[in-house]
Design a protein around this ligand. Structure first.
Ligand code: SME
Length: 163
């Protein structure tokens, strides 16, 4: 196993522990963003967006717990940004070079690459985990697996609190 793969396996275990002790989904989101930012050195901005669905209005992604600089994008419609693309398709989006993706909404001029992973509750997208890096191509297959694992654990936690 490569050093990078071993590191992501270790961080997965640490996240699993957080999920087993968190008393609420909000606490788990706070713990996860802190842990990912502290342990994964290229994860420079880590945050959740939660889907707000108000009857009669188009759904919008609302900024939730995050670590990193404040972003101007606190509310993102589903037809905008990498975030909107991940939420509307229900698929992970990895962008190795944000300057080459016309969908990209800039949060910091330092951001070079980004991964956005949807969070599901009973098969429906309820939010997403968004990570920005100051390094190009920071998110490889091991990173994708780790971030998708976090999103799955949060989905399970939300299911407990949204009967
Ligand atoms: N870059 C995202 C916007 C959110 S900020 O990165 C925190 C996007 O393109 O949707």
């Amino acid at each position: 196993m490569s050093t990078a793969a071993a590191k992501t396996q270790l961080v997965k275990k640490e996240i699993e522990h957080l999920a087993s002790t968190a008393l609420s989904a909000d606490e788990l989101m706070q713990d996860m963003v802190k842990k990912l930012n502290q342990r994964m050195l290229k994860y420079n901005w880590v945050g959740f967006y939660l889907l707000e669905s108000v009857p009669g209005q188009p759904p919008v992604l609302v900024l939730g717990p995050f670590v990193g600089a404040m972003t101007p994008h606190t509310r993102i419609p589903l037809n905008q940004g990498i975030c909107g693309a991940a939420a509307s398709s229900g698929k992970t989006v990895v962008v190795h070079d944000v300057t080459s993706d016309p969908r990209y909404l800039a949060c910091s001029i330092e951001t070079k690459s980004e991964i956005v992973v949807p969070v599901f509750v009973r098969g429906k997208v309820v939010g997403e985990l968004d990570i920005d890096s100051h390094f190009p191509s920071a998110f490889g297959p091991d990173d994708q697996e780790l971030v998708e694992y976090c999103a799955r654990l949060l989905g399970k936690q939300l299911e407990k609190f949204r009967p």
